[in-house]
Design a protein around this ligand. Sequence first.
Ligand code: AP5
Length: 221
Amino acid sequence: AKADPLNVMIAGAPASGKGTQCELIKAKYGLVHISAGDLLRAEIATGTDNGKQAKEFMEKGQLVPDEIVVNMVKGRLLQPDAQEKGWLLDGYPRSYSQAMALETLGIRPDIFILLDVPDELLVERVVGRRLDPETGKIYHLKYSPPENEEIASRLTQRFDDTEEKVKLRLQTHYQNIESLVSIYEDVIVKVNGNTTVEDVFGEIEKLLTSSLDKKTEMVAS
Ligand code: AP5
């Protein structure tokens, strides 16, 4: 029999590096990356009612209500590709009720990665972040600058990436993270996010490879 695919949750303060690490995890392990923030921004971009409502909360740095987020993420998670290849949930769950919505379906991660970065670094990461609308790649003007002028000229900034808004997002993060820590106590691992992108990924790689090995051993025994 074949081992079940790996299922991973990744959490951390705004700009702690979730999206950056997810790009690398996806490339190495072939997991389906499901980012709650990206799904919401896609709703905003297509102008749906959910998107319009969500934007009001995102502008205030608050959690978008469960009525919008829970089914949106659940729907994506239950699609065949995520079930077959394994999933990488980024920025979900963010509250007790969101976690419970998955628990009642028996959906649990093999590992819950919590990226740990000191607050004072987050503002600089947020204001320097840029996105490539063509490839979706995440850049930073100082830490991960664009490879050439052509890319540099098309980079965009997120509407909630201001110093004022990141402080609100950070407050929301601290209000909710403790409830998640208690639910995922048995699978949670804190990773130091205050090193280079490569070093953070090195730590994550060790964890995921060992999780995968454990799953394979279980099937073999
Ligand atoms: P979301 O889009 O998830 O934003 P977030 O949690 O604030 O996280 P970010 O995307 O800002 O940061 P990140 O950790 O991915 O960092 P990144 O890799 O880009 O959510 C946005 C909003 O949507 C929320 O505020 C909320 O309103 C709503 N929402 C989302 N999920 C929800 C949910 N479940 N329920 C309700 N509402 C929800 O890195 C940041 C920068 O740092 C980049 O420029 C990068 O290049 C740089 N960088 C990364 N790693 C390093 C490193 N090691 N060293 C130096 N620089 C680095």
